[in-house]
Structures are given as structure tokens and as C-alpha cells.
Design a binder for this molecule. Structure first.
Ligand SMILES: Nc1nc2c(ncn2[C@@H]2O[C@H](COP(=O)(O)OP(=O)(O)OP(=O)(O)O)[C@@H](O)[C@H]2O)c(=O)[nH]1
Ligand SMILES: [Mg+2]
Length: 402
């Protein structure tokens, strides 16, 4: 192989490590019969000193015409003037940006011969062999300008971290491709997942047997999430009774919530589909889907709720789907078999235990949690919008032992 390598020693230790690296490359060339042609360019502080800019056009041209770049280091105390027009680091950033060198690979591997020289425990570091993949052209470097101000004698600063879906996508691609050639393992720590902007819209499917409080709970939840500052939509997918959609519509008026349904449609999955499409178009945070009551022993209707669940998972993967089962606290033992059957069809995530404002204690939630692992999420305490509370296990147990 014959290849051209652009040598950019840069600043600081660059001047020391580059000649050593070239020695290594020459040995490799000899041993494996490669021919390396080296050509030198300026970058960073020394480029600012010599040519006024941290990445001169001739350096960029040299890099573009080469097969590889051997890079030393940039920056140093000499150029640490915050008010200077350029910083040496701008050189490497512009180089990355112009050449689309977005992936930053950091191999972490210990060579056996060096283990005893490390201050770290050999039994811990001996097997370490991984590559950390970073994306450096997005994020802080190329984002919105920073802001600094002084208030109450304190200095404040804000740096904005901008990133786009395509940046996350391309760095994941690099990560996966690399993992394929290694042990096929990729551990992703996505920088987006803890941030305010990284959320999925939610679709909450409310299921349960007749009269357990689905419609009322949907309305209560709509009010609950609206109070939390979320945008909410009520979807009336109980197409069996004309009065059902009307009941939900009236709640939507009382609670001032957007409402969609289709009273002329007899297909709840179609209403659900149109409802979520509309929620998507309006960028709604939380869509609450009211469904028809059904006996858990009635196969056809149970298959239908399974189908509705599937419509969300297959046609709306961008929604975080949560299925909530309403259980009437007065119904006792029967609730366990209801929960089982609904769980089979819709993978129930939580229970809304309704009508807890009466004498019922709702002790059935224990076997349901034990057998199916489904937790109670909310408790219905009456018939108005405010009568919904978040379930708190400790308070609940206290009220039982009273
Ligand atoms: N006391 C009390 N009544 C409730 C509660 N939740 C619902 N209800 C009442 O129970 C009745 C049935 O409630 P719905 O919300 O219509 O029940 P549903 O599950 O939608 O009924 P179907 O759609 O017919 O299956 C209504 O009269 C509600 O006011 C609650 O937490 N406490
Ligand atoms: Mg209803």
C-alpha cells in the first residue's frame, strides 16, 4: 500500500509525539511493505502565529488530498487569551467540520506489558477492551453562541448544546458498525435521553369491564395532566353506544380539553387511528383513549381490545403506550381474573382503582401485584374531575391498618 499522510504537529506536545509516531509508522511500513509519504501542515496556535488563522486553507487542502491525517495537539497557555479573535482549538474544530470527521473514537485497552506500570488494580484493568464513540461536531462546539452575565456580584454562564436527530443517528451507525466488528456489543449512553426535549408523546389506553369508571377516569386524567402543563387530547373510541362518545365529549367541555371521536364509525381501531393521527399533527403530549366496556370473558371483544393495542404499537411507534385498567374497588376477587385477561391482550401497565370513596378497601390489588406485577397508579375517589389521586403505597397500607 502506498498512502499519503498529512502531518499536523500543531502545538505543545505535538512536536514531540509526531516524530515518535513517524518512527513507528516507518517500522510498520518496512515490516508490511507499505509506503508512507509524509507532508507537513500548520494548525492551531502555530498556524495563528505564522498565518493568522488556526486552519489555513493550504492545511485543509493538504488534508483533503491525503489518505490520512496524523494530528499532534493544539492549544497552550500562550494562546489562552479569551478575547483573541481565534483560539487554537478552532483549528481542529474547523477541520472536523470541513471534513465531516464527526466520530471521535477512544480505544481503551491495556497492553499486558504495561499492566504492572499502572496504578490501577491489574485484576480490574487486565481485560478492559472497549471503544468509546463520541460525536464532536454537534453539541457544544458548533451550537448557539454562549451567554455570560453578572448578577448579584456572581458570574453566570450558559452554553447551549444543540444536536439533531441526524447527528445522533450517524454516531449510532458508527457505533453499531464498530460493534459488529468487535464483540457485537454496544452500550449506548444517549446524550438526549435526560433532556427536556427528549420525550415521546404518550398514548394512554384505558380498558376495563363495563361501568368500572373508564370514561370518568379518562376525564380525570385529562384534567390531571393539563394541570401538570401537558397538552392533552381525549379520544372517544367507545363506538358501541352513541351515548358513550357524548359522555366523554361533555367531560371534554367541562375540562376544556380537545376531543376527537367519530360517532358514525363502528370501528374503534379506526377511531383510535384517526385520533392519534390528529394528536400527532397537533403535537399533543398525552392522548387518553377511552374504550368500550367489555366483559373479560367475552372472547371477540377481548380480541378487539388486543387489536387496538396493536394499532398503537405497530402504527404509532413514536408514542409511548401505556395501558391502564380500571378496576371497581367494590368488585373484589373477580378483579384478579379481569386483570389477567386484559393483561393477556393489552399488557397492562397500571391500575386505576375506582370508587375508593365508598366502603371498599380494594385489597385485591395485593394478589394482582403479586401474581401479575401490575401496580396501582391512580385511585378514583368520586365522580368529579378532581377526584383522582396518585397512588401512594404507604398511605394506602396505613389506611388499611388504620
Ligand atoms: N363514587 C365514585 N363513582 C365513580 C368513580 N369513578 C366512576 N364513577 C361512577 O361510576 C359510573 C360509571 O363510570 P364510567 O366512567 O361511565 O364507567 P365506564 O367504565 O366508562 O363505563 P362503560 O363505558 O359503560 O363501560 C358513573 O356513574 C361514574 O360517575 C369513583 O371513583 N367514585
Ligand atoms: Mg365509558
Amino acid at each position: 500500500m502506498r498512502c499519503k499522510i498529512a502531518i499536523l504537529p500543531g502545538d505543545g506536545i505535538g512536536g514531540e509525539i509526531i516524530p515518535e509516531s513517524i518512527k513507528v509508522l516507518n517500522k510498520i511500513g518496512l515490516k508490511f511493505e507499505h509506503e508512507f509519504l509524509f507532508d507537513y501542515g500548520n494548525i492551531g496556535g502555530n498556524a495563528i502565529d505564522k498565518m493568522g488563522v488556526p486552519l489555513p486553507t493550504e492545511t485543509l487542502k493538504l488534508c483533503e488530498d491525503s489518505d490520512a491525517i496524523l494530528f499532534g495537539a493544539v492549544g497552550g497557555p500562550k494562546w489562552d487569551d479569551m478575547n483573541a479573535k481565534y483560539r487554537p482549538e478552532d483549528g481542529i474544530l474547523s477541520l472536523r467540520k470541513s471534513m465531516e470527521l464527526f466520530a471521535n473514537l477512544r480505544p481503551v485497552k491495556i497492553f499486558p506489558a504495561l499492566i504492572s506500570s499502572s496504578p490501577l488494580k491489574s485484576e480490574l484493568i487486565g481485560d478492559v477492551d472497549m471503544v468509546i464513540v463520541r460525536e464532536l461536531t454537534g453539541g457544544l462546539y458548533f451550537s448557539q453562541p454562549k451567554k455570560r452575565w453578572v448578577s448579584d456580584g456572581q458570574r453566570y454562564g450558559v452554553d447551549t448544546l444543540g444536536y439533531s436527530e441526524s447527528e445522533i443517528d450517524r454516531i449510532l451507525r458508527v457505533g453499531f458498525e464498530l460493534a459488529k466488528t468487535r464483540r457485537s456489543k454496544l452500550t449506548s449512553a444517549d446524550k438526549a435521553n435526560v433532556l427536556e426535549t427528549d420525550y415521546k408523546a404518550s398514548a394512554i389506553l384505558i380498558v376495563g369491564v363495563n361501568g368500572t369508571g373508564k370514561t370518568t377516569s379518562a376525564a380525570k386524567l385529562a384534567a390531571y395532566y393539563t394541570n401538570l402543563g401537558k397538552s392533552v387530547m381525549l379520544i372517544g373510541a367507545d363506538t358501541y353506544r352513541a351515548a358513550a362518545a357524548e359522555q366523554l365529549r361533555q367531560w371534554s367541555v367541562v375540562a376544556n380539553i380537545q376531543f376527537v371521536s367519530n360517532e358514525s364509525s363502528g370501528d374503534p381501531s379506526a377511531v383510535l387511528f384517526d385520533g392519534l393521527k390528529s394528536a400527532q399533527a397537533k403535537d399533543i403530549d398525552i392522548s387518553l383513549i377511552d374504550t368500550a366496556g367489555r366483559l373479560h370473558t367475552y372472547k371477540n371483544l377481548m380480541a378487539e381490545i388486543g387489536k387496538m393495542h396493536k394499532v398503537v404499537t405497530t402504527k404509532f411507534p413514536d408514542f409511548q403506550l401505556e395501558t391502564l385498567l380500571t378496576l371497581d374497588a367494590n368488585l373484589g376477587q373477580n378483579s384478579l381474573s379481569q386483570a389477567k385477561k386484559f393483561h393477556e391482550q393489552t399488557s397492562v401497565d397500571g391500575i386505576i382503582l375506582t370508587k375508593m370513596d365508598g366502603t371498599a378497601k380494594g385489597g385485591i390489588v395485593f394478589p394482582i401485584y403479586r401474581e401479575l406485577g401490575i401496580p396501582v397508579k391512580f385511585i378514583g375517589m368520586g365522580e368529579t374531575l378532581d377526584d383522582l389521586i396518585e397512588f401512594n403505597a404507604e398511605d394506602y397500607v396505613q389506611s388499611l391498618i388504620g
